[in-house]
Design a protein around this ligand. Sequence first.
Ligand SMILES: [Zn+2]
Length: 240
Amino acid sequence: MGIHTAEAIVLRRYPFRETSVTLTCLTDRFGKLKGLVKGLRAQPTRHRSAMEPMTVNRIVFYDTRASQLHLISQCDLLEPLSGLQGDLEVMRLAALCVDLVDTVVPLEEPQPALYALLKQTLAHLALGGTDRAATRLHFIIRLLRLAGFHPQLDECTGCGRRVRAGASWSARQGGLLCPRCLHEDPKADPATPGLLGALDTLAEAEGPPPLEPSVIPALTQRLDDFLRWRLDRPLKTLTI
Ligand SMILES: [Zn+2]
């Protein structure tokens, strides 16, 4: 049994028995964890955080190794990110980010870059970042890449040949199709050089990059279709 300290963003929080809560959080050093905070609802002042979703906290937890539900003995609120609450559209976007992390990230695999991405994106939104469409696209692309879940964008998903010119985007196939393999998904949409270039830019950028406004709707639609095909469960927060 070990005792650890970590920075943690709360993804989900559920009541547990009369007075306690269980939660799922993404931590800076230990990846995604499930935790139990005893007595949090009975004595909220005993802990210095209510562990609300989408807040940044410092937690102390016991790793029992016998269970994936760890006992969180101490929690301190570091950043409430209260700016997320003021605007419905921002709130929905933040909820999508948290939902996606909860869905695609496995438990107990350290993901420091992914933690940094989520924290940076939520902080950017809380500060009132106006580039919401680019923020949304950037978060999704970077998350998929860091989680090893990204669309195949260099080779045709049908025949494996390198493809860029004349490529189509198939959500069902999980990436590009060359003209010869288009029969695999006749409903595939065109993947223009502008769209593929924007995907490259998003994948490389540390923060939301400036994007050509004309590519944003097509890119958003193609990525959302990709997620609908790839995710095990439908996400309510994905509907826009
Ligand atoms: Zn092909």
